[in-house]
Design a protein around this ligand. Sequence first.
Ligand SMILES: Cc1cc2nc3c(=O)[nH]c(=O)nc-3n(C[C@H](O)[C@H](O)[C@H](O)COP(=O)(O)OP(=O)(O)OC[C@H]3O[C@@H](n4cnc5c(N)ncnc54)[C@H](O)[C@@H]3O)c2cc1C
Ligand code: SF4
Length: 530
Amino acid sequence: MPTLSSNETSSQGRTYSTNDTVDAVVIGTGAGGAPLLARLAQAGLRVVALEAGPEKNPKTDYATDERAQNFLFWNDERLSAGQDPLAFGSNNSGTGVGGSTLHFTAYTPRAQPDDLRLQTEFGVAADWPVDFNEDIVPYYNEIEQFLGVSGPASYPWGPARTQSYPLPPLPLNGAAQLMQRGCADLGIRTSPAANAALSGRYFQPGVGWREACTNRGFCQAGCSIGAKASMDVTYLALARAHGAEIRPDSFVTSFDRDTQGRITTVIYIRDGQTYRQPCKAVFLCAGAVETPRLLLLNGLANSSGQVGRNLMAHTGLQIWGEFDEDVRPYKGIPGGLISEDMHRPFSNKSADFAGGYLLQSIGVMPVTYVKQRVRGTGLWGQALHDAMSRYNHVAGINILGDCLPYDHNYLELSDEKDVRGLPKPRVYFTNGENEKQMNAHADRIMREIWAAAGAKNVWAFPRSAHVIGTCRMGHSPDDSVVDANGRSFDVPNLYISDNSTFPSALSVNPALTIMALSLRTADKFLQQAG
Ligand SMILES: Cc1cc2nc3c(=O)[nH]c(=O)nc-3n(C[C@H](O)[C@H](O)[C@H](O)COP(=O)(O)OP(=O)(O)OC[C@H]3O[C@@H](n4cnc5c(N)ncnc54)[C@H](O)[C@@H]3O)c2cc1C
Ligand code: SF4
């Protein structure tokens, strides 16, 4: 068995030996793993992060080429089943030191309090076991300041803010200006969106000064200048500055446990070799597909039978149109404008669906656009060529809406093996009546907006985004995998922090809330450890 030795003066920060028993191992370095890694390191704990993906230097290793940046996505095959099979790869999740934030679009809206209470409000899904004002808002405040979120001075929806965004909003790109025009015509309120990308230079603890966004519109292919607050240039840099070690290319496969059921060692593969890292606690932050997969592979933390169940994916219909104006959809921060007027679109209880959705303008790069054009409309040959010749005149709006958990949507291990000889995950997804009604409502609203803005050749791209909920948190081990602090009901030194713990999908983009729960889990762990 190969071993790694410790080193206190490595250029990559401190390193630990695989003969040391570290205080905690964090598996995965995305939105769920990175903030808590930093928090634990700041508290003086000896922490090692194991990350399946590579470590890249955005300044030297990123290309201004969508296809060359494909390494940012989790491209291992996942089997997709059900009547509305989910698209994986670039539609779903990332890999590398920074996880999916390396390619995320940087939208960081806050959830609203009623997002956490769908069961109370509508009698569906599950309420969250945490209090919005006490358990979430303080972390939103902290994270927005730390990341340098750019956002509006006043925001028309949700509770009054106790703290302003640290930076003013980024400029509206072509799609945002057109959506603003269409919404104004229809009386739908809009606002510049909150984005975790810098509208001005910003000092980042652990990093130094980060440069302002240059409006390259390349967020989904990675930000080469560090203006976007992906985890590599924010929480992971802070974690390293406080002594955390991050091991890239390290794929965790299994665990050793003691007679009390506590995890004693995390076992992982790096460069074809198997390593073992002894530890006192484990934070599993591998995302809503790999986290349940790893637990199912090891028969771990599943006395509730809920690992892999309650799978949700945001309802994410897009409506595209062509305009006489020169839109240049590749320019500017992709998500410039937002409306939450459809958060609860019905003024009485006779709603067509439970929950709600937000509307966002979308910029798009050419390879992404052509793939969606083919999948959404089936265009090919000359017709596709003609459509693409109008690329500079296209603009899109999408929704992000609640999705309910159903028995028929879940993740399981298949009989097919991946390159490591491990069973591939199979994910079942079929929209229920709630999602169909929400899509129909949103389809009508977005087409009206684009008609008011002067769009031609309008077309729809039905989609679902972000896998959520596969290890949900709750009050009881009967129906949940972890408690309100992210701690496993079954394995006392195992915590989960990622998209998988959400009890309901939220009608907003998830990353800010994942980070909030991540810091909260770290704080609860530190309090309990004394
Ligand atoms: C194109 C796109 C755009 C998006 N834009 C936005 C947006 O604008 N705003 C927003 O809020 N959300 C956005 N999202 C969603 C958001 O990025 C994710 O929901 C969020 O980052 C997920 O965080 P996570 O911690 O759950 O998982 P991840 O960030 O995916 O982190 C999981 C990490 O674990 C690693 N890992 C997995 N298995 C193992 C293993 N066995 N061993 C070791 N490491 C492992 C992975 O390599 C990965 O780095 C977007 C998603 C996509 C696909
Ligand atoms: S628009 Fe460009 S510079 Fe700005 S955050 Fe996105 S990738 Fe970075």
